[in-house]
Design a protein around this ligand. Structure first.
Ligand code: ATP
Length: 234
């Protein structure tokens, strides 16, 4: 398999005349953490959905773990992809354990690892409580546990730390570090570049569906033409 877990080549996604993504090239290596920045509507969620194979490109190709993400063959590797959407639908009357067991069955993963996973995200003490009683931070931790089921090689996080308390945020970045050390690839979209603090190897900046920058924090500091709200966070 190539050294890249994810590759986008000349990818355009159009909705009618509007291009949500416009001729984007992107390569994500094993063990790399890449942050995806840009204003609302820049194309971040579209990019994540294309990698997941939930939507297909109008033009160009998305490769996921050696397969065309739009192909049938990609369904075999999709179990190696963890996804944390911006908002996760969790059933309030299920307990933490029941929720994770439900997702494990859905993903055809053994339930035996679930207790350790709940400990890892710091909610094992609340595992028998109904999710309806959880705080926002606890719900987000449970959603993260769901994304980690089956030790995925590729993790896609959509605005993972928005509205999170500082302790949950710190735990989130600790887990990102572990994932990178295990050789997993992490792509996370964010409005909060400032909080990354060295966690991302690279930052990709999107604007109007185009990739306008791709580099380290210090490389981006040298670059002109970035949106002001991004520049002030570098
Ligand atoms: P946000 O931070 O608000 O989620 P984003 O960077 O993720 O923004 P996208 O959701 O990828 O942006 O949207 C990119 C553009 O494509 C937007 O202008 C959006 O209105 C448009 N778009 C996205 N999905 C659709 C759709 N299903 N139908 C029509 N237009 C869409």
């Amino acid at each position: 398999m190539s050294m890249y877990h994810v590759t986008l080549s000349g990818v355009t996604k159009a909705y009618g005349k509007q291009k949500a993504l416009d001729n984007v090239d992107l390569q994500l290596k094993a063990g790399e953490c890449v942050a995806l920045a840009g204003h609302n509507g820049a194309g971040k969620s579209t990019l994540i959905k294309l990698i997941l194979g939930l939507i297909h490109p109008t033009q160009g190709q998305v490769q996921l773990l050696g397969h065309d993400a739009a192909s049938r063959a990609a369904s075999q590797v999709r179990s190696q992809v963890g996804y944390l959407p911006e908002t996760v639908a969790l059933h309030p009357s299920l307990t933490g354990t029941e929720t994770l067991d439900f997702y494990a069955r859905l993903k055809k993963q053994p339930l035996s690892a679930n207790h350790a996973l709940l400990s890892r995200v710091g909610i094992s003490q609340a595992a028998k409580r109904r999710v309806g009683t959880y705080s926002k931070g606890m719900r987000q931790r449970l959603a993260l546990a769901q994304a980690l089921l089956g030790k995925p090689k590729v993790l896609l996080f959509d605005e993972p730390t928005t509205g999170l308390d500082p302790a949950s945020r710190q735990m989130f970045y600790e887990i990102v570090t572990e994932l990178r050390n295990q050789g997993s690839t992490v792509l996370l979209s964010t409005h909060a570049l400032a909080e990354l603090d060295g966690q991302a190897d690279r930052i990709v900046v999107m604007k109007n569906g185009q990739k306008i920058a791709d580099g380290t924090m210090s490389e981006l500091r040298q670059q002109s033409g970035l949106p002001i709200r991004i520049r002030i966070q570098l």
